[in-house]
Design a binder for this molecule. Structure first.
Ligand SMILES: Cc1cc2nc3c(=O)[nH]c(=O)nc-3n(C[C@H](O)[C@H](O)[C@H](O)COP(=O)(O)O)c2cc1C
Length: 302
């Protein structure tokens, strides 16, 4: 039985389970709980060119079936990451994939250029960010804007480039194709869904930023459909993100077309869930005599 997955040229995961960006910070806290070398890969908190403070508190709210966050992409900035956090991550035997973003195309290019260093296996671009120069419309919402952004970043870096798609689009297949044509090596499907919470006792929004992004079990069926749609139209690997909490979720996303999965909100509730998900996936494969993860990817019977 082989749980390995090659997610891009030269990026081999020992199992298909990655940490999601933003719920794993830079790995330090989780490393006190389990050996990070057990993970298929580590995806770090989204980085910008300069350190970013994020949104006013409160920034997280637990919903009936998940959570809403409005962290506002708080991070230490790309240079501090490379100097202070990357050496720490280097001690683990697992690929480090760095998530990043920008407010304009030039910022994406500048961050990507600074991440073209040893110790980073791949980059994951968060394109659910407002394009300051184009009136604030998200990069990931228009195929031509996304194509232009991904092409520019592609030409800047030698690293495998993953594009993390936004779920809030007219047709995610258009966005997936635009990213693939622009040179993406894999697509992450997908980011959080815009949401809000209101306190009926104060008549006020719960979150300091008023709105945020919904994640967790509530979005799993939506993410499954997005992965299913994207898998049908591209020929690069799809990485699933949205509500994955158990090995059963992993198998379902693989069947829908994913080659690997990211675990986010579930790990805030139970940091050890990574281990049970990895072990459960391997046990499922053994029980069903599945010799490689690729035997499950896209094998939904219709
Ligand atoms: C607290 C928090 C912070 C996040 N920060 C980022 C980020 O910096 N960059 C990014 O691309 N996605 C970020 N995300 C989105 C997650 O990586 C993931 O795509 C999303 O939460 C759906 O997966 P889940 O249901 O397993 O949490 C964040 C999510 C949460 C809950």
């Amino acid at each position: 039985m082989d749980t390995r997955v090659e997610i891009a040229k030269g990026v081999v995961l020992k199992n298909p389970v990655l940490s999601a960006s933003g719920t794993f910070a830079y790995g330090e806290e989780f490393s006190e709980i389990f050996d990070l070398s057990l993970l298929g890969g580590i995806i770090t908190k989204g980085l910008s060119l300069k350190p970013k403070k994020g949104n006013p508190c409160p920034r997280v709210f637990e919903t009936t079936a998940g959570m809403i966050n409005s962290i506002g992409l708080e991070n230490i900035g790309v240079d501090a990451f490379v100097q202070e956090k990357l050496p720490f991550l280097g001690q683990f035997y697992t690929p480090v994939i760095v998530n990043f973003f920008g407010n304009e195309e030039e910022e994406y290019e500048q961050v990507a250029a600074r991440l073209d260093v040893d110790g980073i296996s791949a980059l994951e671009m968060n394109v659910s960010c407002p394009n300051v120069k184009k009136g604030g419309i998200e990069f990931g919402k228009e195929p031509d804007i996304l194509y232009s952004l991904v092409s520019r970043v592609r030409s800047i870096t030698r690293k495998p480039l993953f594009v993390k798609l936004s779920p809030m689009v007219k047709d995610i297949r258009e966005m997936a194709l635009a990213a693939q044509e622009a040179g993406a090596d894999a697509l992450t499907c997908a980011n959080t869904i815009p949401a809000m919470a209101i306190d009926e006792t104060t008549w006020r929004p719960v979150l300091g930023n008023i709105t945020g992004g919904l994640s967790g079990p509530a979005i799993k069926p939506v993410a499954l459909k997005l992965v299913f749609d994207v898998y049908q139209c591209v020929n690069i690997p799809v990485i699933a993100s949205g509500g994955i909490a158990t090995y059963r979720d992993v198998i379902q996303f693989l069947l829908a077309g994913a080659s690997a999965v990211e675990v986010g909100s579930a790990s805030l509730r139970d940091p050890m869930c990574f281990i049970s998900i990895i072990e459960g996936t391997a046990a499922y494969m053994k029980e069903h005599s599945i010799e490689s993860v690729a035997e499950l990817t896209g094998k939904l019977i219709i």
